[in-house]
Ligand binder design. Structure first.
Ligand SMILES: C[S@@+](CC[C@H](N)C(=O)[O-])C[C@H]1O[C@@H](n2cnc3c(N)ncnc32)[C@H](O)[C@@H]1O
Length: 204
């Protein structure tokens, strides 16, 4: 069923061209990172930024059966596709799809400071991803970001401290690489700024 859903995502151009198994392998790297940092806890809340065609979110949802998820996607057609997918996977009870800008979701009290983990694949450059993620994470929660191959040092800028995030581990699983960051301080009050601003005027 998952394969069929991801194939459909590709047909609709919501998911990049590599074979479905490559996407699943990359998502499994997110799974490994979450396992490594969840300290034996086997339930909690995971938010996925810019879920698009469902990678890594749909794979994680199937593998982490006791966890609840919030998938955020601003494009309506993609969000509707994700809603259909979670119905097909029969996981509606623990998965929410929000069609909105992450910047807006981060300002809704229910979602502020509430994620144990945030995942982000191809959401944006580090400054954009960090700004969007920071207010959604619980104190000490983790942001897991898939990294482009051969770029190992994207997260060292001094302005990262404005978000409260700090890099804790660079991980490699098979041919995928990931940066894990932890929310160690409260983000600056004005972050994230209004939708579009993190991209137009990145913090660094
Ligand atoms: C390049 S796609 C990646 C999708 C998926 N994570 C993957 O790796 O296949 C980025 C997605 O993030 C969504 N997106 C970008 N900025 C967003 C924002 N501020 N709020 C919500 N969704 C956003 C886009 O609409 C797009 O579907």
């Amino acid at each position: 069923m998952l394969h069929e859903i991801l194939k459909k995502a590709q047909e609709l151009n919501f998911l990049g061209n590599p074979p479905i198994d490559d996407h699943i392998r990359n998502a499994n790297g997110f799974f490994q990172a979450i396992q490594n940092f969840s300290n034996g806890t086997n339930e909690g809340r995971i938010y996925d930024l810019g879920s698009g065609g469902g990678v890594p979110a749909l794979i994680l949802i199937q593998k982490l059966e006791k966890w609840s998820f919030v998938l955020m996607e601003r494009k309506e057609k993609r969000a509707n596709f994700l809603l259909e997918a979670i119905k097909m996977l029969n996981v509606e009870a623990r998965v929410e799809v929000i069609c909105d800008e992450v910047e807006n979701v981060a300002r809704v009290q229910k979602y502020e400071c509430s994620a144990d983990f945030i995942t982000a694949r191809a959401f944006g450059p580090p400054a954009v991803t960090a700004e969007n993620a920071c207010r959604l994470l619980k104190k000490d929660g983790f942001l897991v970001v898939s990294e482009p191959p051969e770029e190992t040092n994207r997260w060292t800028h001094e302005k990262l401290s404005l978000t409260g995030l700090t890099p804790v581990k660079y991980l490699q699983f098979q041919d995928s690489t990931f940066q894990v960051l932890q929310l160690v301080n409260t983000p600056k009050d004005n972050l994230p700024r209004k939708p579009g601003t993190p991209r137009k005027r990145p913090l660094w």
